[in-house]
Design a protein around this ligand. Structure first.
Ligand code: ATP
Ligand code: MG
Length: 138
C-alpha cells in the first residue's frame, strides 16, 4: 500500500514526554493514525528491526538505545505517506535537519533522533508487518 508508512517515536522522545508534541506534528502533517501502540523492544526485536544496519559501526549502540525504554509505534495513512512523513521528520542528523521538522526541534543527536520513518513503500509494508498482525491491520 503506497499510502501507509510506519513511524516509531523513539525511546529518547518518549522519555522526554514528547509523544504528544510529536503526534501533534504528525496530525498537522495531514496523516491519519491507523494503529498505535507502546512497546518496549527486546534486544532481539531491535536487532531484527534494524538488521539492515548490522554491519554499521553504530549498530550495537543503536540496538541498545532502541531497546533501552518503551517506544510508540504508529501506522500512518496519507497519500504518498513514506515521502511525506520523511519530510515532516527531517534529516537523520538533527543538526542538518530543516527548520520546523521533528528532528530539528526534538532530537538530541544523530542516534537519539526522536522518530523513525520507513524509507520505501516496500520497507513500510515489511515494518508494519513486523509490529502488527494481519488481523490488526485489516
Ligand atoms: P530511521 O531509519 O530511524 O528512520 P534514517 O532512515 O534517517 O532513520 P538510517 O540511516 O536508516 O537513518 O539510520 C537508522 C538509525 O540509526 C538513525 O535514525 C539513527 O538513530 C541511527 N544512526 C544512523 N546513522 C548514525 C550514526 N552515524 N551514528 C549513530 N547513530 C546513527
Ligand atoms: Mg532508515
Amino acid at each position: 500500500m503506497t499510502n501507509r508508512t510506519l513511524a516509531i517515536i523513539k525511546p529518547d522522545a518518549v522519555k522526554k514526554m514528547l509523544t504528544g508534541k510529536i503526534i501533534d506534528r504528525i496530525l498537522k502533517g495531514g496523516f491519519a493514525i491507523i494503529h498505535m501502540k507502546q512497546i518496549h523492544l527486546t534486544k532481539k526485536q531491535a536487532e531484527g528491526f534494524y538488521a539492515i544496519h548490522r554491519d554499521k559501526p553504530f549498530y550495537n549502540d543503536l540496538v541498545a538505545f532502541m531497546s533501552s525504554a518503551p517506544c510508540i509505534v504508529l501506522v500512518l495513512k496519507k497519500e504518498n505517506a513514506v515521502d511525506e512523513l520523511r519530510k515532516v521528520i527531517g534529516a537523520t542528523n538533527p543538526d542538518l535537519a530543516d527548520e520546523g521538522t521533528i528532528r530539528k526541534d526534538f532530537a538530541d543527536n544523530i542516534q537519539n533522533n526522536a522518530i523513525h520513518g520507513s524509507d520505501s513503500n516496500e520497507n513500510a509494508i515489511k515494518e508494519i508487518a513486523f509490529f502488527f498482525s494481519t488481523s490488526e491491520i485489516l
